[in-house]
Design a binder for this molecule. Structure first.
Ligand SMILES: [Zn+2]
Length: 451
């Protein structure tokens, strides 16, 4: 507190000694304090995550659960003296209905029920509809197969990166655009092999993106195990059939009111210059969204709270954002960029690749940013890896304006095992990994706000 008063005094006097004060804020004691606080708050951070995801799982846009989670976020920040504001955002409100899938591998004589999950935003079937399933291993296959009136199964395995993590970008377009491609070819439904490299027969949901050029067809994911089962049967020339039920739909006008949660520590010297630390508070309507993105949410909350409790005001403003509607619309990210278009963002950070062991930072920007990130990484101990890469989906509207952005680089070897499934639950998050992530985010925010 004394130091805050000193900074305010120096500010009001306009004395040049201010720069000495802020330069010293970069010094090791503050970073060491951040490190020890992140460690000593390990249980507190994990309890925050438990409070969020045990009490408010299924935080899908348009749901009462998401709005309760947002209210919890504001109340928790307020309690920690970080008075938060809610910034209004209109979000889609698609609601999952009844879903089931039975398949027959003998042309309809015997049937078995297999796990299925509708893709977010899918149109419904007309009650239970029966289709023949045709297996495609690529879009090119659609031109060679007779898919008219049938259900196309895209059985395309997710490849792995060298480190063993799933290559999401290589296959996610089958989920987003596959329904359009299948519909254009004349199909009446689309099934998708879940986007994962490992499976315990758990189907993965996620957003699809209908275009206006083709009729909207029902679309759902099945497990990799069942996708391979159907492929094997099909290769043997068996007639595979499906009885599919999907009854999800948009509610009311198709949109409802939500909010981004914003809390900040005003900068002492350059308050108009802002460092953003962010995550998204919405999730899919299965599991608990513990890795995606509950862990990121509590990490940025705790990071801001630690910086506040340092008792020293940073040179620039540090702002925490919990974005709404990352999963099926990015309306939170778009609304934030619009509402804050006049702010000077010196850095935007997002954590949205789970809460496994943090490795470092991926930067999305030019080499000036690369050099800044490499400077910060000297203070990050074992979390000092730096690479170019994607910063985060909520930051797309900011990176389009060339705002320097970084994503927290986490070990994602097992991220896609859980991603968008019923298995994304609290027990999969290690509290020490989460505490290290808090340390990384708080240090980067502090360094960027004071450089
Ligand atoms: Zn996410």
């Amino acid at each position: 507190m004394r130091e805050i008063i000193l900074v305010l005094l120096l500010l009001s006097c306009g004395t040049p000694k201010l720069s000495t004060q802020t330069t010293s804020q970069l010094s090791k004691p503050h970073l060491l304090k951040i490190e020890s606080e992140a460690k000593s708050r390990t249980n507190d951070t994990y309890q925050l995550l438990a409070d969020l995801v045990d009490t408010y799982p299924h935080r899908l846009s348009g749901s009462a659960m998401l709005e309760s989670a947002i209210a919890w976020s504001k109340a928790t920040l307020d309690k920690r003296g970080l008075s938060a504001t809610l910034e209004p955002v209109m979000v889609p409100n698609w609601v999952r209905g009844q879903e089931s899938l039975e398949i027959s591998l003998d042309g309809g004589t015997t049937w078995r029920t297999i796990p299925l999950i509708g893709l977010g935003g899918t149109v419904a079937t007309k009650n239970v509809e029966e289709f023949e399933i045709v297996v495609a291993n690529s879009y090119e296959d659609l031109g060679k197969l007779d898919v008219k009136g049938k259900a196309v199964l895209f059985d395309v395995p997710m490849p792995s990166h060298e480190d063993g993590s799933g290559n999401y970008g290589a296959v996610s377009h089958y989920r987003m655009d596959g329904p359009n491609k299948a519909s254009n070819a004349g199909a009446s439904a689309m099934l998708l092999r879940s986007l994962t490299t490992r499976s315990m027969r758990t189907p993965h949901t996620g957003m699809l993106d209908y275009d206006d050029a083709s009729p909207k067809i029902p679309a759902a994911a099945i497990s990799t195990e069942d996708s391979e089962l159907i492929s094997r049967a099909s290769r043997q020339g068996k007639i595979v059939k499906a009885k599919l039920l999907l009854s999800g739909a948009y509610s009311g006008e198709g949109k409802s009111q939500s909010s981004n949660v914003v809390a900040e520590i005003m900068g002492a010297e350059l308050p108009k210059e802002v460092v953003v630390i962010s995550a998204h508070i919405d999730s899919w309507d299965v599991g608990q969204g513990a890795h995606d993105d509950g862990g990121g949410c509590v990490a940025v909350m705790q990071a801001l709270s630690i910086i506040k409790d340092l008792g020293v005001t940073p040179k620039r403003t540090i702002r925490m954002v919990h974005f709404t509607n990352e999963e099926n619309g990015l309306e939170g990210g778009k609304a934030y960029a619009k509402a804050h278009q006049d702010d000077v963002h010196v850095l935007a950070l997002e954590s949205d690749t789970g809460s496994f062991t943090p490795r470092g930072l991926r930067y999305q920007g030019d080499e000036t940013l690369g050099n800044r990130v490499r400077q910060w990484s000297r203070y990050l101990g074992s979390m000092n890896r730096v690479d170019k890469g994607f910063a985060g989906a909520d930051l797309i509207p900011l990176t389009k304006k060339k705002i320097p952005a970084v994503g927290v680089w986490l070990d994602t070897k097992h991220y896609f095992d859980l991603h968008h499934t019923a298995a994304d639950t609290l027990d999969k998050v290690d509290k020490h990994d989460l505490a290290k992530q808090v340390e990384l985010i708080a240090k980067v925010a502090w360094l960027a706000a004071n450089e």
